[in-house]
Design a protein around this ligand. Sequence first.
Ligand SMILES: C[S@@+](CC[C@H](N)C(=O)[O-])C[C@H]1O[C@@H](n2cnc3c(N)ncnc32)[C@H](O)[C@@H]1O
Length: 307
Amino acid sequence: MIAPEHDRLPAGTTSPQEHFSADWLSLRQRLDGRSRSHCLTGLAAEWLAARPGAHGGPCGIVDLGCGSGSNLRFLAPRLPGPQRWRLVDHDPTLLALARRHAATLRDASGARLAIEARCRDLSPVDDGLLEGADLVVASALFDLVSRPWAEALVAASAARHQALLFTLSVDGDWAFLDATGERLEDDEDAAVRALFQAHQCRDKGLGPALGSDAPAVLAAAMADAGYRVESAATPWHLAAGEPEHRPLAEQLLQGWHDAALEQAPGEQARLQRWHLRRLDGLASGVLGLTVGHRDLLALPPLPARGA
Ligand SMILES: C[S@@+](CC[C@H](N)C(=O)[O-])C[C@H]1O[C@@H](n2cnc3c(N)ncnc32)[C@H](O)[C@@H]1O
């Protein structure tokens, strides 16, 4: 993600690897918690509590691209315990922050978590990522990954009978909102969005990135692998005139602008005019924003009787 990819850092990129600031991840955390599907979280919790072997030990949970631990902080108190987490990220600074947060967390029955942090790349998809997990989770990750990587992950998890909870994958929709919440769209917004979406598909370190195709590609791979798939739209909604959301909205706008400019350097003057006009609308409280996301839960089929 790009800050505005709704996720990446606002200015500049270090292609092909993306780096995310702790400030940006912290800015989005509250809105992520408000947007994501509590229903799918509940279904994942029920599945974990009833899974085969539930009485044999702790729930193993792997958080891929954990960043500073936003996903862990949301899920740990909502999932049954005892819990044993593996946090995976290639950024040692974010991973250390996630570890620090984890020390303060408790599971749904109030017990501490067992935490293992692995500083490594998400490729290859191997035992080092997935071994011992009952549930594989990832949040705000899949726009960055390639189709082969996503399909390999789903196939490898299916072979291990693991459930998957992949949240807040961008679906490509974003729009400005007027003060009544109605969508506003002009030709300039559409042009910037097209440039931004093209930029999203650049290689972010795991091959040509899925960008906003991620939810559809994941859902198809999950269904092909025999999973029961549940899906929920989980858009960010930043209403006009809510000052607490302005820093995040302004960073998003900056990121959309920067990505579009990297994609079309010859359009600098036009993009700057668009940026200033929309920034003014956000700052004066007449514009809000919506950004489309989708959560997916994939549950493995129950083992056949006597198997
Ligand atoms: C947008 S952030 C999301 C962080 C966190 N899941 C959240 O919801 O706040 C994407 C995370 O994926 C990590 N990441 C991206 N590509 C990676 C790769 N190839 N290997 C390991 N981690 C990666 C980044 O360092 C970053 O922490």
